[in-house]
Design a protein around this ligand. Structure first.
Ligand SMILES: *[C@@H]1O[C@H](CO)[C@@H](O)[C@H](O)[C@H]1NC(C)=O
Ligand SMILES: *[C@@H]1O[C@H](CO)[C@@H](O)[C@H](O)[C@H]1NC(C)=O
Ligand SMILES: *[C@@H]1O[C@H](CO)[C@@H](O)[C@H](O)[C@H]1NC(C)=O
Ligand SMILES: *[C@@H]1O[C@H](CO)[C@@H](O)[C@H](O)[C@H]1NC(C)=O
Length: 444
């Protein structure tokens, strides 16, 4: 039987010293153990190893039914995933110089058209004569665009999902709009991942249409994007204390080195956290591009990238899980999504849910908040949610028709959430939703 993610994570320091990975300047940081340069986890590592490029997810080979209730039947599913790999979402001031190879996306057609119009697709081009070419890479990719490899990972994700919930359990019988409800953010890459997952479930979907639901972008709960000044203030306060500022102070030598190579000195967005360094390095390594080298030939080293990855884990865990007031922050900032989840499970309980599966495609910010508010972060530190990160909430009916929820995180049952009575699960979700969210978000 597979060990759980956190049982395995407990062995991280040992594994890291064995494979000689950097553990960061700050001894308290989690080690950046895992895969950051390929969607395929090497066979020499456990299948559920943290892979930033392509998270482990539920699949038939490693799936087991609830061991405590061998005769239980799956009756309802909610699933939330992060989109798969993409081009960098952040750009260096002199982006062009810091790419030794162009970014090519012409192998993946970007369709976007209004119903009734021609099926147009757009081709991105960075023309050599463009006066602002220094600000973007050469080639045929936009910023933050799903890559062909990302689409392939999404298709594989859909196949694996189907291998369990169709082939193994027979719960989903076919891909149809009645059984499956899909909601995404308003970002193109989340639509494209939904389309990839559908084709993985049923290859004939490649020539069919299927609706995905979105909320208006200014109030979308998925990234999340609705305004919540009260949450912003809470976060600013807990990022002004030593528990946060110490890690910035400890790593000034690293920061100075990165700034010198990448031209990011003096830019707030690159100084307040390591998010942008993390994104610009991992997007490159996940898509087979080298770490950035500048025009003098100086490159970001593997060791510095590994330290940045470890710091990224520390920052994500701190902001959404470990900081004093992190829970209050996430409850405000993600309460609208938690409300939607609670409503889904209540609708199911009342017998009024028309769908068997509600499938959400979001972002890293979606996954980290959900993991924290479900209590997964109480069991151990959370890491930066990998591309394709997955949380599945399964509802099972036992022989007496009582309903229980089992939560799967990155393909593995969450031990503490492996058999929660549905009523208790709904209560736990509701417990994370502030009572008057709009007023609380907008009050000073
Ligand atoms: C990824 O990184 C590991 C560890 O540094 C290395 O052994 C492996 O060859 C790299 N794989 C690819 C595909 O570059
Ligand atoms: C990017 O394009 C410019 C203009 O054609 C060219 O001078 C430069 O060498 C190219 N850089 C790379 C990495 O291909
Ligand atoms: C957490 O919130 C309480 C109550 O608002 C506040 O007094 C405290 O300073 C906050 N802690 C941090 C680290 O921001
Ligand atoms: C490249 O990086 C090195 C240090 O890593 C720095 O000294 C040099 O000035 C940088 N070159 C450019 C053109 O930014």
């Amino acid at each position: 039987m597979a060990i759980t993610f956190w049982q395995w994570a407990a062995h991280l320091p040992l594994l890291c010293s064995l494979v000689g990975l950097a553990s960061g300047d700050n001894g308290k940081l989690a080690s950046a153990h895992g895969v950051y340069n390929s969607s395929v986890t090497p066979d020499t590592l456990p299948w559920n190893t943290y892979n930033y490029c392509n998270a482990p997810h539920v699949n038939a080979k490693h799936y087991s039914r609830p061991p405590n209730a061998p005769h239980a039947r799956l009756v309802y599913l909610n699933t939330v995933i992060r989109h798969h790999k993409r081009t960098p979402d952040n750009l260096y001031p002199s982006e062009n110089e810091l790419n030794s190879a162009p970014w090519e996306c012409a192998d993946f057609l970007e369709f976007s058209y209004g119903g009734g119009g021609a099926h147009i697709f757009h081709k991105t081009d960075s023309p050599p004569w463009h006066p602002f070419l220094s600000q973007i890479w050469n080639g045929t990719c936009d910023e933050g665009q799903l890559t062909k490899g990302g689409l392939e990972d999404a298709i594989r994700h859909g196949q694996d999902f189907w291998s369990v919930y169709h082939h193994e359990l027979g719960f989903l019988t076919s891909v149809n709009e009645q059984d499956i409800f899909i909601r995404t953010s308003t970002e193109t890459r989340t639509f494209q991942v939904a389309g990839g997952v559908l084709v993985g479930m049923d290859p004939s979907m490649a020539t069919k249409t299927f609706p995905v639901t979105t909320q208006p972008s200014p109030i979308d709960s998925i990234p999340p994007r609705y305004p919540c000044p009260r949450a912003d203030a809470i976060r600013s306060a807990f990022q002004a204390v030593p528990a946060w500022t110490d890690h910035l102070a400890t790593n000034t030598a690293l920061k100075t080195r990165l700034d010198a190579t990448l031209g990011t000195a003096g830019l707030d967005a690159w100084a307040s956290w390591y998010d942008h360094f993390f994104d610009t390095f991992s997007s490159r390594t996940c898509n087979g591009h080298p770490l950035p080298c500048n025009s003098s030939g100086a490159c970001v080293s593997d060791a510095d990238a590994a330290t940045v990855f470890a710091i990224g884990d520390f920052e994500y865990n701190y902001i959404w899980n470990a900081a004093e007031n992190a829970t209050a922050y996430s409850q405000l900032d993600f309460g609208v999504f938690m409300l939607e989840l609670a409503q889904n499970f209540k609708l199911f309980r009342s017998g009024g849910e028309p769908h068997k599966l509600r499938f959400y495609v979001g972002h890293d910010g979606t996954m980290i908040r959900l993991a924290a508010l479900l209590g997964i972060g109480k069991l151990g530190p959370l890491r930066w949610p990998a591309l394709g990160s997955e949380i599945v909430m399964e509802v099972w009916a036992d022989e007496s028709q009582a309903h229980f929820v089992r939560v799967m995180h990155e393909g593995t049952p969450v031990h503490a959430l492996s058999w929660t009575p549905l009523d208790a699960f709904i209560e736990a979700l509701e417990h994370q939703i502030p009572s008057d969210l709009f007023a609380e978000c907008t009050s000073n």
